[in-house]
Design a binder for this molecule. Structure first.
Ligand SMILES: CC(C)(COP(=O)(O)OP(=O)(O)OC[C@H]1O[C@@H](n2cnc3c(N)ncnc32)[C@H](O)[C@@H]1OP(=O)(O)O)[C@@H](O)C(=O)NCCC(=O)NCCS
Length: 222
């Protein structure tokens, strides 16, 4: 099986709740996903199973500020399009029966894109889906003209920290007792400016590596 990215829709809400419950069992109250989906300053992407053995694609359909300008057609953003988006079949991306494997939620605040939640179904972890979701979220942050991408992560969550470090997030601070269930501290992890040449270069390299590693079939989980 292969996986793709698309914006979440209302039909996904039961699956989003299921994934959240599995990934964050102590989250209370549960995220009001239905309300979140209508939040104009946020984006909700899901990775979902494609029928058959199609290659992974992205069908992010959010409006691009400045579409057509150099900024959207140059560098790693153009690479993303070439690698993932060009072959996205619209007819496959709106099927409410899609099986959702994971999600990423991002809020856009002033010049920051703040990832508020990212999770993959436990049975599907370790197959590049978290990475695909994070890449898609960074791509959307660029389309929203965000300067940096930031998030909080439990100090004990080494798996997530490893994913974020891989994508250039570094620890810029911490929040004492941030998590209400066990009062665990959070690290604040933030990227360098995402339009900087160094970060763009890092993303290009990561995307190329992802493509050669997961490629057309490697993301298939069947
Ligand atoms: C964090 C999470 C989203 C990662 O998703 P995933 O699909 O399993 O991760 P991927 O397969 O895409 O792996 C990407 C990177 O994550 C890190 N990673 C993934 N699994 C790991 C593991 N078991 N041990 C250490 N690092 C790991 C690695 O850096 C990996 O890159 P690599 O393959 O080059 O080593 C997933 O583990 C999850 O849903 N966890 C529960 C929810 C959660 O903790 N969310 C984060 C809240 S801040």
């Amino acid at each position: 099986m292969s996986y793709a990215i698309r914006p979440a829709n209302e039909a996904d809400v039961p699956q989003l709740a299921e994934i959240e419950k599995e990934a964050f069992p102590t989250t209370w109250p549960a995220t009001p996903f239905k309300r979140e989906l209508s939040n104009r300053t946020a984006s909700f992407l899901v990775t979902y199973q494609l029928p058959g053995n199609r290659r992974p694609v992205s069908s992010v359909s959010h409006e691009r500020p400045g579409e057509g300008s150099d900024i959207t057609t140059r560098g790693w953003r153009g690479l993303w399009d070439r690698l993932f988006q060009r072959n996205a079949p619209a007819s496959l991306t709106d099927n409410p029966a899609d099986y959702v494997a994971g999600y990423v939620a991002t809020w856009y605040m002033t010049d920051e894109a703040h990832i508020t939640g990212i999770a993959v179904r436990e049975s599907l972890r370790g197959n590049g889906l978290g990475e695909l979701l994070l890449m898609a979220s960074i791509e959307l942050a660029m389309r929203h003209q965000s300067r940096v991408v930031t998030l909080e992560v439990r100090v004990s969550n080494h798996v997530a920290q490893s994913l974020y470090s891989k994508y250039g997030f570094s620890q810029v601070g911490s929040r004492k007792g941030y998590y209400s269930d066990n009062h665990e501290d959070a690290y604040i992890m933030t990227t360098d400016p995402i339009f900087s040449p160094a970060y763009s270069q890092q993303l290009t390299s990561l995307e190329e590596t992802y493509k050669s590693r997961r490629g057309d079939v490697a993301l298939g989980l069947g």
